[in-house]
Design a protein around this ligand. Structure first.
Ligand code: ADP
Length: 294
């Protein structure tokens, strides 16, 4: 089982001619409401990859349809609290050049508490894994509790908060970052320097660095494994990283070889970028096997 301590958001996506200016009221001609949040997307990717995933988080008690939606995608929702708080949500404007401007309200995503975290992990088995991102509160408690229970810890520190993340690099087993996050964290202005610094400072830390259309690099001790991305026509890269993470952890927990893990995760995220949307763009494992046969 993978316990994913993660955000659940409702993304309100508005197409606009330009980003709204101070004092301006603007009409949007297209609106979409989508289940999002890095946490929820990663849980969906894990479930679609065939993993047993328990999502730990919170939403408003008025939005219980989200539980049904996550369950339909295969996510265990028993540890999602329903509270008297708004569900985390994002107001997203997308302009004609496909750039976005986002207002994020964390709401219930910041309502995790230490007793809940302890209660969830007290029942975890020895071979269970814990995954977290940076979109919930209580990051320190989640990491300390998982460590105290001897669980394998995977941290995807997005959005990046350098001082918060640095203090945990000695506690976690696997760090998953994209290029920008790796450079921010290492205080470097290119990927090679970032990699060299992180490896020098934390030789025991396994690092998965996703490099967008370039592919991915996995650093484990002295071994570096690099896998190129698949060449596809990208239409929307939302949730590419989340898809990658779900499939990579599914592969690792199923004891696949590193090469096979990276290939499957690259294939799944390549399919994701050819589709519009976030959680709806994440393929299931049958689609990934089919893609790899073609
Ligand atoms: P994030 O979405 O977190 O910024 P990346 O952009 O690094 O993450 O993408 C994650 C993975 O998705 C990459 O390692 C790659 O395998 C795949 N990917 C991303 N963009 C493309 C693309 N244009 N073509 C094919 N694969 C892609």
């Amino acid at each position: 089982t993978i316990f994913n301590f993660g955000s659940i958001n409702i993304d309100h996506v508005y197409s606009v001619d330009h980003f709204v200016r101070p004092g301006e009221t603007m009409t949007s001609d297209h609106y979409q409401k989508i289940l999002g949040g890095k946490g929820a997307n990663q849980s969906v990717a894990l479930a679609k990859a065939g993993c047993n995933v328990v999502h730990v988080g919170a939403i408003s008690k008025q939005d219980t349809h989200l539980l049904a939606e996550l369950e339909a995608k295969g996510v265990n929702t028993e540890q999602i609290a329903t509270l008297d708080l708004p569900t985390g949500h994002a107001i997203i404007q997308v302009n004609k050049s496909a750039e976005n401007a986002i207002v994020l309200f964390p709401g219930a995503n910041h309502a995790l508490n230490a007793p809940q975290i302890e209660q969830v992990l007290a029942n975890a088995g020895k071979n269970d894994w814990v995954l977290l991102q940076n979109e919930t509160n209580e990051i320190d408690t989640i990491i300390a509790t998982a460590k105290a229970h001897g669980l394998t810890l995977v941290y995807n520190p997005a959005p990046m908060d350098k001082s918060q993340v640095e203090k945990h690099l000695g506690d976690i087993d696997l760090l998953i970052v994209n290029e920008v996050e790796a450079m921010d964290l290492a205080g470097a202005d290119n990927v090679e320097d970032a990699q060299a610094r992180l490896r020098a400072q934390h030789p025991d830390l396994q690092i998965l660095m996703t490099l967008g259309a370039e592919g991915v690099r996995y650093l484990n001790g002295d071994t570096i494994t690099e896998t190129p991305a698949f060449k596809v026509e990208a239409v929307d890269t939302t949730a590419a990283g989340d898809t990658f993470i779900g499939y990579a952890l599914a592969g690792f927990t199923n004891d696949l070889s590193v090469e096979e893990v990276l290939k499957q995760a690259c294939a799944a995220s390549a399919i994701c970028v050819t589709r519009k949307g976030a959680s709806t763009a994440i393929p299931d494992h049958k689609e990934v096997s089919q893609f790899l046969k073609e």
